[in-house]
Design a protein around this ligand. Structure first.
Ligand code: SAH
Length: 219
C-alpha cells in the first residue's frame, strides 16, 4: 500500500488524526501513523466522499456502518498490538478497520456475515495491495477455530454477551475488545491470563447489533 494512489488525502488524514484522535488522548504512535496512512476515503460510498473524515460513523449500505475514526483508533490502541501478532476481527464491514490492523500486525483474520460487504471489502483490500489479510464469509460468533489461538480479537458488532468461542480462541496473554449490550452498550476488554479471563468495562458506545447464532438463541 505504498503506490502513491492515496497521497492526495494525506493532509486531511493528518488533520483528522490531530483533531479527532490525538486530541482525545490516543498516544500510540504506531496507531496514529496507521490512521494517517490508511485512506479512509477509499472505504466509504462515493456519494459520501465529502464526509470521509467526518467525526462519526457513516452508512456503508446493507444497514451497516463504518465506525467513527476515533473509535477505530481507540479500540486498536487498547489491544496493544505488536508487529508479530495474529489478530482476529469480527465484522469486516467496509474493511477500514481491517486495513488499520493489517498495517500493525503480521496477520489479520477477518470474518463478515453479509456477503456483498465481505466481497467488496476483500476486493478493495487486495486491490490496495494488502497481503496479510485472510477473509471469511460467515457467522463470526464461531470465531475462526482453525487459525486460533489469536494474540488479539477485535469485534465491531455488538452481541448481548461475549460469544464463548471467541474467549476460548484468545491466546494466553491475549486481549479482546468487544462492544456488549442490547439497549445500552459498553466496550469491554477481555484479557486472558492462563485459564483466567479478566473483564473490564471501558466506555459507552453504539455499534450495530451482532447477528447470527447468539441472536437466534442457538447457544
Ligand atoms: N469495522 C467495520 C464496522 C462494520 S459494522 C468498519 O470499520 O467498516 C459491523 C459489521 O459486523 C457489519 O458489517 C455486520 O454485517 C457485521 N456483523 C454483524 N454480525 C456479525 C456476525 N455474527 N458475524 C460476522 N459479521 C457480523
Amino acid at each position: 500500500m505504498t503506490d502513491g494512489r492515496w497521497d492526495e488525502g494525506r493532509a486531511r488524514r493528518e488533520e483528522m488524526v490531530s483533531r479527532q484522535i490525538a486530541a482525545r488522548g490516543v498516544r500510540d504512535e504506531r496507531v496514529l501513523e496507521a490512521m494517517r496512512k490508511v485512506p479512509r476515503e477509499a472505504f466509504i460510498r462515493e456519494e459520501d466522499l465529502e464526509l470521509a473524515f467526518f467525526d462519526g460513523p457513516l452508512s456503508i449500505g446493507s444497514g451497516q456502518t463504518i465506525s467513527q475514526p476515533y473509535i477505530v483508533a481507540y479500540m486498536t490502541e487498547i489491544l496493544e498490538l505488536r508487529a508479530e501478532d495474529r489478530v482476529l476481527e469480527i465484522g469486516t464491514g467496509s474493511g477500514y478497520q481491517t486495513a488499520v490492523l493489517a498495517e500493525l500486525v503480521r496477520e489479520v483474520y477477518s470474518v463478515e456475515c453479509v456477503d456483498v460487504l465481505a466481497e467488496r471489502a476483500k476486493k478493495r483490500l487486495l486491490d490496495m495491495g494488502y497481503e496479510n489479510i485472510h477473509f471469511r464469509m460467515g457467522d463470526g460468533t464461531d470465531g475462526w477455530p482453525e487459525a486460533a489461538p489469536f494474540d488479539a480479537i477485535m469485534v465491531t458488532a455488538a452481541p448481548g454477551r461475549a460469544p464463548e468461542p471467541l474467549i476460548e480462541q484468545l491466546a494466553d496473554g491475549g486481549r479482546m475488545i468487544i462492544p456488549i449490550g442490547i439497549f445500552e452498550q459498553y466496550l469491554y476488554l477481555f484479557t486472558r491470563k492462563g485459564d483466567e479471563v479478566e473483564r473490564q468495562a471501558l466506555i459507552g458506545v453504539r455499534f450495530v447489533p451482532m447477528t447470527g447464532k447468539l441472536d437466534r438463541g442457538d447457544r
